[in-house]
Design a protein around this ligand. Structure first.
Ligand code: SF4
Length: 74
């Protein structure tokens, strides 16, 4: 599988976000906004438990490429 085609979902039970590798420009906007959650050097690289759902939703909205999106918000 082409690594560019990877899509991953991450959830905290309230909010589920989708990350599409092919769209990510690695601009680091998410990392700068919420560095406790978005950690490109670790696995998994998105750690939902380190911020509130509101903070995560707000940061996803700032992703300039659309690589991050909300798939479910309970
Ligand atoms: S803000 Fe979006 S495009 Fe930028 S690194 Fe994060 S996921 Fe990728």
């Amino acid at each position: 599988m082409n690594p560019k085609e990877i899509t991953k979902t991450y959830t905290n039970g309230e909010v589920t976000i989708l990350w599409q590798a092919a769209l990510c420009q690695h601009s680091g906007v998410c990392v700068k906004n919420l560095h406790n959650v978005f950690k490109p050097q670790t696995q998994p690289w998105i750690q939902m438990e380190h911020a509130s759902s509101e903070e995560i939703v707000a940061t996803v909205a700032k992703c300039p490429s659309g690589a991050l999106s909300i798939v479910e918000n309970k």
